[in-house]
Design a protein around this ligand. Structure first.
Ligand code: NBY
Length: 789
């Protein structure tokens, strides 16, 4: 790397972009010029990396979401520029931390599904695999969250306000996407995905929608100003904003436009490029493997059929073979309300040609079912177009793919046994598991350099950065007091750093010596933040009753957003904030118990929270959390899990030892047994303390400002509602078992060394949960792509 060159480019960028000398730039401008100067180093390597994969089979990750977070620090680390850049900034009198904090998160995703896509891109580039992301360049990412009087308030996430130095607009490669009522331009923006070591640099290509005509001049001259820009606005609206639902599907026309927009643009892009170097399209699937990240891009299946049969005039059966060889599908949820279905009327109206193709796919499917010996009375179970006239996107995805995978072992088994059992019976060979993973570059090396240094020192090498399994050899230090104390010192440092950050951003003081108990994830009933909250309130009452209760002070930290229309999730956020105030105002309790709501939780906040955690809350109702990935980030940073046997928790405990975590509650089998006869009232009345905490929702202890939030929340547990049974997530049933696990955790925390040993056992056994392992498995078993150094 040429540091003098970087400096020179920074000066030039400051001049031509902002008409300033470097030292006159504000912090946003400094961030911009530094990043741009790094792009000058990146681009030649990027071109070289693209060239080395020319002519080879490649994989493509089609995803409506990429939750990238910040780029600057990550790229500096992956390019191994860290110390050079720090020196340069020193020389220039600039503070790296301030510049780093000036970068907005690229929050183009809701949660786990979008963040998984980002981890996969990092891992593939690091492992020298050709994997390219395709998605949407939303002008506004996931909303920003503020808390006012305990209520969540959403505001727009204008992440591009200060420019995006990391993407290159490539108008030469724009394509046209056609709907029944409009044609729009799709403009690609390319962002380099820099693998660790800088050897391979892949591309994330995100499409922005634009109008083919910017202004209707005739209308403008006619004084019809609104009408004159209507076409432009209609086109730009397609990539305007990310839908903020992480579980509930959004049956809106604009959402369907978004899906078709990026899928059609991406497929046109691939076909066009392929035809430049091949005379026939027949071998398309030999060179392309496309992973569908859930069903959001499933319209790719009929769209590729359209391109092949209508545009390229290939006969149907041959085209279908190409399609099924090209696509593979990942399922991320078994929650019924999240399984995508689109009314056929919407498809007919917006994408009539695509609809006709789906109809034909459904007819062909039925022929095949009969061929497979499925009796005619059972065929309805498989139809892509349901009897309610909905297109079942999961069924379309399974039928149009050669591979269907779940994201943790338990999840895949549930898919095979129940949710998708009919499909598993006829296509067992398609089904496989790929347990999720996380990138240790961002989630340890970047966010926890102190612990990273200790690991490197003890290993005598930094090989773990690209091969996480190596940390297993550190298990030999599990009884080494010196090492365990070093670990405790580092944990303490990270807790102090988090305490400072929380002081600055939330205005709250927390005690770094208390047990940090953290639940950070989207708010959803099945994730059971409400169970956590009820337990804290119970603790509050127990401490009031018994001031000498023998406990280590505990700090409960929550972070996460509720979908704007998900009122019950918003009620739970309000409840947590009310409990926080109750405790803060009570001098008898506030030194023993503390609640923090980490506002606007996002990737960047996670980077501060995971390293500082003692306890990781993974308390979903068994069978509901497909995998979870936050659980892995905590484990890697040496936190213990308090959790249910759900998703990847099962595999975490299998690796780290059940004795080193706090497992509680119903298992999937238990729920199957009790669900039909479950009566939450029994627990409400008989479990000590449970009625007391539940009743705070309705007895005036708290005030929901006339929203009716609390009554509705109470009723959902005690009486159920029009669309759900009472306590559908078994919160009251699991309460006592959770409280016991909490007591065990708090007691265990008193013995610092034995606690540290448990943390160590989690950390050193986290190797399996690197997304490098996950991507390696996708590459070998589904994509069939080769590494190219
Ligand atoms: O995907 C999550 C799962 O809940 C989690 O268990 C898993 O670890 C993770 C990665 O596999 N699912 C998820 O994040 N889903 C979404 O974000 C999402 C977003 C949009 C829509 C549905 C789900 N949608 O219908 O628009």
């Amino acid at each position: 790397m040429d540091i003098e060159n970087i400096k020179k480019i920074m000066e030039i960028e400051a001049l031509v972009h902002f008409a300033k000398n470097l030292n006159e730039c504000n912090v946003h401008e400094k961030y911009f010029v530094l990043s741009k100067s790094l792009m000058a180093e990146v681009v030649p390597r990027w071109n070289k990396s693209n060239n080395k994969f020319k002519g080879e089979r490649k994989a493509y990750y089609f995803s409506a979401e990429f939750l990238m977070g910040r780029a600057l620090s990550n790229n500096i680390i992956n390019l191994s520029f860290k110390s050079d850049i720090l020196n340069l900034l020193d020389e220039l009198g600039m503070n790296f931390n301030n510049i780093e904090e000036a970068e907005e998160d690229a929050a183009l995703g809701n949660g786990g599904l979008g963040r998984l896509a980002a981890c996969f891109l990092d891992s593939a580039a690091t492992l020298d695999y050709p994997l390219y992301g395709y998605g949407i360049r939303y002008q506004y990412g996931l909303f920003k969250q503020a808390i006012e009087d305990g209520f969540q308030i959403e505001t727009a996430d204008n992440w591009l306000e200060h420019g995006d130095p990391w993407s290159i607009e490539n108008r030469d490669e724009a394509v046209i996407v056609s709907y029944s009522d409009q044609n729009v331009l799709a403009i690609p923006f390319d962002t380099p995905i820099i693998g660790y070591g800088g050897n391979t640099i892949n591309t994330l290509r995100l499409w922005k929608s634009e109008s083919l005509v910017s202004l209707d001049f005739e209308k403008f001259n006619n004084y019809e100003y609104d009408a004159s820009v209507k076409q432009k606005n209609d086109a730009e609206n397609i990539s305007k904003v990310l839908y903020p639902n992480d579980m509930d599907r959004e049956g809106k026309k604009l959402r369907l436009r978004q899906q078709y927009f990026f899928v059609s643009a991406s497929l046109q892009d691939l076909v066009r490029k392929y035809k430049k170097s091949h005379t026939t399209i027949n071998d398309f699937s030999k060179f392309h493997s496309i992973q569908l990240n859930d069903t959001h891009p499933a319209v790719a299946i009929p769209e590729l059929m359209r391109i092949l049969t209508i545009q390229e005039t290939i006969e149907w059966d041959k085209a279908w073979q190409i399609v099924t060889e090209t696509f593979s599908y990942t399922n991320h949820t078994i929650l019924a309300e999240a399984l995508e279905e689109w009314p056929i009327e919407l498809y007919k109206e917006l994408l009539p040609n695509i609809y006709k193709i789906i109809e034909k796919i459904n007819i062909k499917l039925k022929e095949q079912l009969i061929h497979k010996g499925i009796s005619s009375k059972n065929i309805y179970q498989y139809e892509i177009i349901s009897s309610h006239n909905n297109i079942r996107m999961a069924y379309l995805s399974i039928y149009g793919s050669h591979s269907v995978n779940g994201v943790a072992r338990l999840h895949t088994e549930i898919l095979k046994d129940t949710q998708l059992n009919n499909w598993y019976r006829i296509y067992p060979e398609k089904f496989n598991n790929k347990t999720n993973g996380i990138t240790q570059r961002r989630w340890l090396l970047l966010s926890n350099p102190e612990l990273s240094d200790l690991i490197t020192e003890l290993l005598g090498s930094d090989g773990w950065i690209t091969d996480l399994k190596q940390i297993k050899v550190l298990e030999k230090y599990k009884d080494d007091e010196y090492v365990l104390n070093r670990f405790l010192d580092i944990k303490n440092t990270k807790k102090k750093q988090l305490a400072e950050y929380i002081k600055k951003h939330e205005g709250i003081e927390i005690d770094p010596n208390s047990l940090f108990d953290i639940q950070i994830k989207r708010f959803h009933e099945y994730k059971r933040q409400f169970l956590n909250a009820l337990h804290i309130l119970d603790l509050y009452f127990r401490i009031k009753e018994n001031p000498n209760l023998d406990r280590v002070p505990q700090t409960f930290i929550f972070g996460g957003k509720a979908a704007p229309g998900y009122f019950r999730a918003k009620a739970i956020i309000k409840f947590i904030n009310d409990i926080k105030n109750l405790i803060d105002e009570d001098p008898d309790v506030r030194d023993k118990l503390k609640v923090v709501f980490a506002t606007n939780y996002r990737v960047t906040y996670g980077e501060k929270l995971f390293p500082a955690a003692d306890l990781s809350e993974q308390i979903s109702t068994a069978g509901k959390e497909a995998s979870g990935t936050g659980n892995m980030k905590f484990m890697l940073n040496g936190a213990l899990t308090i959790g249910t046997y759900d998703g990847a928790n099962v595999e975490i405990v299998e690796e780290a030892g059940e004795e080193n975590n706090f497992i509680f509650g119903l298992r999937v089998e238990d729920i199957k047994e009790i669900e039909d006869s479950y009566d939450p009232i029994y627990y409400y009345e008989n479990v000590e303390g449970l009625k007391r905490v539940m009743d705070t929702l309705i007895d005036g202890t708290f005030n929901d400002a006339g929203t009716g939030f609390y009554r509705e929340l109470y009723d959902s547990i005690i009486h159920g509602s029009h669309n759900s049974k009472p306590d559908a997530y078994f919160i009251l049933k699991d309460f006592e078992s959770y409280r016991d696990a909490q007591i065990k955790a708090n007691t265990a925390y008193k013995d610092k060394l034995s606690w540290a040993k448990m943390c160590w056992m989690n950390l050193v056994n986290a190797g399996k949960f690197s997304s490098d392992r996950t991507v390696e498995d996708y590459a070998n078993e589904i994509w069939h792509i080769k590494k190219h150094k």
